[in-house]
Each structure stands twice: as C-alpha cells, then as structure tokens.
Design a binder for this molecule. Sequence first.
Ligand SMILES: [Zn+2]
Length: 419
Amino acid sequence: MRNLIISSFAFLSLSVYGQGYFQQEVHYTISVTLNDEDHTLSGFETLEYINNSGQALDCIYMHLWPNGYRDNKTALAKQLYNMNDMSLEFASEENRGWIDSLNFQVNGEDVKWNYDEEHMDICKINLNSVLKPGEKITITTPFKVKIPSGDISRLGHVGESYQITQWYPKPAVFDQNGWHQMPYLTQGEFYSEYGTFDVSITVPENYVVGATGDLQTESEIAFLDSLAKRTQQKYDNGEFKDRKTLTGGSTDFPESSNKMKTIRYVQKDVHDFAWFADKRFEVLKGEVELPHSKRKVTSWAMFVTHHHALWADAIEYLNDGTYYYSLWNGDYPYNNVTAVDGTISAGGGMEYPNITVIGNAGSKEELEIVIVHEVGHNWFYGLLGSNERDHAWMDEGLNTLNEIRYIETKYPKINVSLI
Ligand SMILES: [Zn+2]
C-alpha cells in the first residue's frame, strides 16, 4: 500500500514536471585567430538559437566573460579580493583581459543591446521581434579578446602558453525558472545550454593545439600523429634520460612560425568549447575501448618536455579514468579525451568537454588522480548539465565519489581516507 501511494505520487509529479521541462539549443560556428605578440584573439561568431520553451522571448542575455578580467569592479575582481587574492586588484593593464569590438546582429539586422548595469561581463540583446516558441534566430558578432595573465583565473596565458576558456559570447541559460545570467567567478562554476560547435582556429604553424571536439583538418591530424610518434621514440630511445627530474628543465618558447595554419573542430552535444595552445608540447596518443558499447575513444596527453617523467603514464590515467567512469555511469559518448599540461592559478585541474587542463602536480600519483577527476567531470556536469553555480555538490560531490571508487578499485591496498 505504501509503495502504491509512493509510485502514484511519483507518477503525478513526473508528469507535471515533464510538461514544464525544456532545453534551449545553441549551434555555434566560430572562427578565431590567435595573435601571440599582443596576446589577443580576433573572432567572428555565428550562433543559431532555438527557442524550445513555451514562452516567447523578447531578449537574449549573453555572457561576455573575458570582461570579468577588465578592472577592479567586476564580480571576479571583488571575489578574488575577498579571497585575499590581489592578482586582479593590482594587475597591470597588460595582465588584464576584456572582450570588445562586438556588433550583434540578429537575422542580419542591427539590434539594440546593452551591458548589464552591474556586470560588464553580461549583456542583453533586445530582439526586434519576439522569438516565438519553436522558432530560431541567427545571432552574429565579431569579437576581440585581450587574453589576461594566466595567474588570475581560468582564461589566460603564461608566456606563449594559452588556455582559451570562457572566451566567446555565449547565451545564458533560459530554463523553466527563467534566465540565469551570471557574472564569471573563479569560485563558482557554470551552467550552459547544449548544442554543437564548429570552430576554426588560426595560429602560427608550430603551435600544438588541444581542443574540445573532433579535429577535421587532415594536415593537423598528421602533424599530431607525427608528434606522438616522435615523443614515444624519445621515451623508447632514452632521449629523455638526461632530464631526470619530474619538473625541472627549460621553459623557453621557440620562435613562432611566420606561417599560419587553420584547424577545424566539430562537436555535438556539448555545453562549451575550450582550447589550449603551446609550441612546446610533447604528445602521447592512446586508445581505450569502452566497457558497454566496445566503441574506441582516442586519448591524448600534451605536456612540456621537462614534465616527461611525470607525464610518462598519462595515457594510462586517461584510459583508465574513461573506462571506469563509463563502466559505472554509462559510456563516454565522445571520440576524444585529452589532458593538457598547463599552469593555472588554482593548481589542480580544470575540466571542459573532451579536454582537461592540469596544473602542476607534485607526483605521478597526484597527476593520476587529478587527470581521472577532471576526466570524470565529463559526466558531472558535462553530461548531466546541472547548475553548478547553485548546486556545486551535484558535480563535485558525485565526481569525487566516483574518483574514490576509482582509487579503491585500482589500488585496493590504499587507504582512501588518508588521501
Ligand atoms: Zn572537480
């Protein structure tokens, strides 16, 4: 009887909820060029926005998150200050970041748009005519991004090593509770609409790029394959042997090539697109067979030469993380899983769809756990799409549970409570 009451109630609430539930859809086409002399990006974005809600929309809120790094008044600057982190408060103009040169058009027509009064990293596009339920619009804009110092938060560069995250104009989420426009924060994560990305990146030819999505450019696939072969040779021939330390060695950047290359990535069913570029990267390539579908996923590790000892088994960490998370939570639905070596202010790592950036790790054990944890975020919130800003436990909590299960499964002798 009790069961019956519970199941009737569950059915009732499910049907009420089902009527109200919808997800908006965004399809991005972006072309972007890196200028590594003044650390800027020049881009053009075309996005198709589909209104799957039952409500007519008269505006679209957009995130312009590089503006979080603009001055001392942004929500990011205030949060860092309150955390006793003065990296933005006292940053020189050169180390700050912003996005400008915006000129939004909707369906080819000029529109009125304005920055949020409090937050320069949010704007509101007023539509000339309402976007009815089931209809779509095309929003276009050029944009220019000044890339801030990588010492501040997630978007940034350390010399000519680039971590290009939260970098393009992006619609805020509109869900059954309305708009969720929010300023960028270093502590407090994300909530995004899903869709497809078609991104063409132009960089000097000798950059090694890791990104969300499937690489489409044949010449670049051959370039990465040749680097992977060469790095493996260095391990096999003992060419790395003179560089025994885990973290020591040169960090010099080679000259940038005068010739540019354009490489294209596409990906469906993701909520974000991030990319990382460094001329110094070694590359390792591997493959993992998923436990349920037996489909094969390509794994990539990209790291600087002086971290060769630390990263020697990175492919194993990527493969095992992808395998076990797939086993317990459903197969990884994408074709590539990548970890890149980066210096981010927070240390640890940071996750984006298909790709994670890993901060300095002190040991191979630490590197394994950080890679596995960040890969795990492809499920939590990468696939679940929860609102991380409001419900952080839904990604960090569930992901950490899986991470501990991974350690207990692979290393049953380790006492997890001591980690
Ligand atoms: Zn995490």
